[in-house]
Design a protein around this ligand. Structure first.
Ligand code: FAD
Length: 479
């Protein structure tokens, strides 16, 4: 019987466990154990119901283009629970000199692909509009080395584009800054497009045409979620994993490589395994790997993380009727607010709020405002309510309010991240039977974390010699 340990019970670790469970059920001689320091499994995927409203404390959805999370949901029997964002009502505003300005039609992740809506948009100055027109003739460019997203965007469109779009979009996804995040790690497509086409606008149009030609089915929604929230995915995973495989409230302090496997130590307990999957944020991974391989631990600890605060406010129908249409707004740094973004949740997804309720979700923190984490809930609410009043004139008393703080939860892939990953991989290869998963490596979104956990499970099975022992039966046949 081979034994595999999984450290961390977030979506990365649970995805790894599910992949191993499928093998176990198919008769592969395998035992595995998930170690989670909290009493609750699921990591940052937390959903609450308040006053008939569905509240997401962490992620509210995942990007549909990356298939791994949806595929996992289908394997878990949740196909009929998947919902798409209401893209027909999609409209995002950017706070510009104190006013909400709608993002012009045709912007594909900050790259303008339609001329007229951009020309008439008050979002950009005339100077930037001229830059956008001349960008069409940008010659192919091969950056010698990695650079920041800000450097690439500025080269094409100027600094206003960085402030108005690149920065707010990246702080929404990564809680990070365009002048710190690596193009090659965060937007590799941009580097490829620049190399092949020169102009990002022409490249985007070409790829859009290709997609349209290839697509036989209608376009999928931008975001996917679950009817009962992201925690539904965790609940479905847990329903497939035997309770005996889940060790909660076990704070793993160390993993050590032995001649014949690994020990996992937590307090006075230690247990022996043939392989170990460390599915933790890299800072936590570094702490438990310190004794086993200080160089690997040191590399892992250099991945920076930022913190995030989500604030959800519930309102009545009167407020719902007066809020702007659309998904919400982003706040550029130059507007000097603490809020980074705000989502009108009732518009973004169905099944989130009854017709007579509005849900407004605001984000604070990020790498530019780590101090926000030190504020009390009362202070955070005061800031959010003041800024909502200033930005959209929302003065009503909320029916409910929830503040969730996520310390060091968002990995920041800085310049040189891919080279760092190469070094991590070289060092990890020296540690036979060690596998890494989680948001610190090749994607911080839920789909990437699912993929990383599943891949780590596959590689650990290969390592213990069980990869081809038998073909995993689908869950529906084995549950
Ligand atoms: C506020 C917020 C909003 C987000 N929004 C989105 C979104 O809309 N879409 C999207 O795709 N992604 C989003 N993300 C990113 C995504 O949710 C995360 O990157 C992903 O869920 C991380 O999963 P994980 O399992 O790797 O890590 P985690 O969820 O952090 O899980 C790691 C687990 O390990 C445990 N642990 C830590 N140390 C130890 C130890 N020593 N021993 C045992 N257990 C330990 C922790 O308690 C935790 O449960 C968001 C993240 C945040 C914080």
């Amino acid at each position: 019987m081979k034994r595999i340990a999984i450290i961390g019970g977030g979506i990365s670790g649970l995805s790894a466990a599910f992949a191993l469970e499928q093998k176990r059920r198919a008769g592969v001689p395998l035992e595995y154990k998930v170690f989670e320091k909290n009493a609750r499994l699921g990591g940052v995927l937390v959903t609450e119901r308040i006053d008939g409203c569905l509240i997401e404390a962490g992620p509210d959805s995942f990007i549909s283009e990356k298939p791994w999370a949806s595929d996992l949901c289908r394997q878990l029997g949740l196909a009929d629970q998947l919902i798409g964002s209401n893209d027909a009502d999609r409209k995002t505003y950017i706070l510009t000199r104190g006013k909400l300005v709608v993002m012009p039609d045709g912007l594909m992740f900050m790259v303008p692909t339609k001329i007229l809506p951009t020309v008439f948009s008050p979002l950009f100055s005339v100077k930037t509009k001229i830059r956008m027109a001349s960008e069409w003739f940008h010659p192919p460019h091969k950056a010698e080395k990695d650079e920041t997203v800000a450097a690439l965007v500025e080269r094409h469109y100027g600094s206003e584009m960085v402030d108005r779009l690149a920065d707010p979009l990246l702080s929404g996804v990564y809680g990070g800054e365009a002048d710190e995040l690596s193009v090659r790690a965060v937007l590799p497509r941009f580097a490829e497009m620049e190399l092949k086409y020169g102009s990002l606008g022409r490249a985007m149009l070409a790829s859009r045409k290709k997609i349209a030609q290839a697509a036989k089915s209608p376009p999928q929604p931008l975001f996917t979620s679950l009817k009962n929230g992201m925690q539904q995915m965790v609940a479905a995973l847990l329903s497939q994993l035997p309770a005996s495989t889940l060790s909660t409230e076990v704070d793993v302090q160390q993993v050590q490589m032995l001649e014949n496997g690994w020990t996992v130590s937590a307090g006075y307990q230690s247990d022996h395994f043939d392989a170990v999957i460390v599915a933790l944020p890299t800072q936590a991974a570094a702490a438990i790997l310190q004794a086993a391989n200080p160089s690997l631990a040191a590399e892992c600890s250099t991945v920076a993380y930022s913190s995030s605060i989500t604030v959800t406010l519930g309102y009545d129908k009167m407020v719902r009727d007066t809020l702007p249409p659309g998904f919400g707004f982003l706040v550029p740094r130059s507007e000097r607010k603490r809020m980074l973004a705000c989502t009108f949740v009732h518009n973004k997804f169905p099944h989130r709020a009854p017709e007579d309720r509005a849900i407004v979700r605001c984000f604070l923190g990020g790498s530019r405002d780590e101090q926000a984490l030190l504020l009390s809930e009362g202070e955070i609410l005061e800031i959010v309510r003041r800024e909502l009043r200033e930005i959209i004139g929302l003065d009503a008393e909320p029916l409910f309010a929830r503040v969730y703080k996520w310390k060091s939860a968002m990995a920041q892939y800085g310049v040189g991240h891919l080279e760092r990953l190469d070094r991590i991989e070289t060092l990890r290869n020296q540690m036979l039977g060690l596998f890494l998963a989680g948001n610190g490596y090749r994607g911080i979104g839920v789909p990437d974390c699912v993929r990383s956990g599943t891949e780590a499970a596959t590689r650990s099975l290969e390592f213990v010699g069980l990869a081809d022992a038998t073909t995993a039966a689908p869950v529906s046949q084995t549950a």
